[in-house]
Design a protein around this ligand. Sequence first.
Ligand code: ADP
Length: 386
Amino acid sequence: MQSSAEPAAAGASARDTGGSARPLADRIYRFGRMYWLDIAWAAFVALNLIAMRLSPAWGSVPFLVIWISLTLVYGFRLWHTGSTVLTVGVVTLATGGIIGWQVVRGEQDADYLAEVPLLAAMFVIMVWHARRRQSAMEEIKRVSEHNLVLLGQQRQFLQDVSHELGTPITIALGHAELITHAATDQAIAKDARVAVEELLRMRRLANRLVLLASTDSPDFLRPAPVDTAELMMETLHRWSQTPRRWSLGALTDTPVQADRDRLTLALDALIENAVEHTDPGARIELSARRAGDEVVLAVRDWGSGIPAADIGHVFDRFTRVGTGRSRDTGGFGLGLAVVKAIAQAHHGSVDVRSTVGEGSVFELFLPAATGRAGLASPLNRQALSG
Ligand code: ADP
């Protein structure tokens, strides 16, 4: 019984030893990996303490090196308060002990001993500043993370509300349009048309809000190579029924990597504004040119222009410049904000130059595409521009 039990016990204990030896080795290995800098520094300090002890004449060099290295290591490690106090205490006692011993033996002047608490005090002040800075940084990080969450919630809310508005607006629009067609009473038909106009404005507002709220979503853009010249010609073609003197300026062959639908939306917003601020006989020009690494899509009008005082704000949300259009009939001041958001989503930018009474040039700067693969064959430019 005993002989059969012994190997079993021995076997069990052998397994136990193997089992606990491995975690112990692992723990030592992990400890070494985590604290290699602290261990290396402790060894370095020990060597310097030995040097202090062996060479009293040169003792100030290893003494100062110890404190400098402590400051350096603390900068990387930022130990907790307990570990910091313990480390400073040990270094103070060790260096002070050696110097004190040398003073007692007459190998050092007594005033040398005063350097120990002074250096310790200097280190403690440095620690205090480092901790203050660290907690300030943590607070900044916490606030910006909180702001990011709030921003996300705000965006989501805006997106949800705008989406939810879409359906009732469409239904109301359908009914109002029915009334305009069916009403025999002219007064009722006129009122219904007003309702249709307002509902159309609301739908545009909801669409623009949804777009602005979704600029950060990963599927905001579906980029593909876009032939800018072709895009400008198509856009001009679409608008050519609006009574203005339309013209096509310079066109570049350089494509851009862009979301064609979004670019069209931005161009339409610019052209809509140009139409709003020009008389029927006035000229509006579309062009696309290359400027360094960028392609510049421009909409130029010979219209009312924008006062210098307002020009810095026109791309801000809900900015409306008082050029005659009242709040009731004009836009919501989101068109140019949408243009800017689309440009920025493409890593581009927007710019405007304007003179009151002479007109405005709005420019959309987009990074030029490096390759030309996948471009649709150019349209017959002559036919469109003619
Ligand atoms: P809205 O939808 O109200 O037109 P936008 O963001 O498109 O808002 O434009 C902001 C302001 O800039 C508007 O008040 C508008 O009057 C002015 N603006 C925009 N484009 C032009 C332009 N081509 N000429 C003169 N004013 C313009």
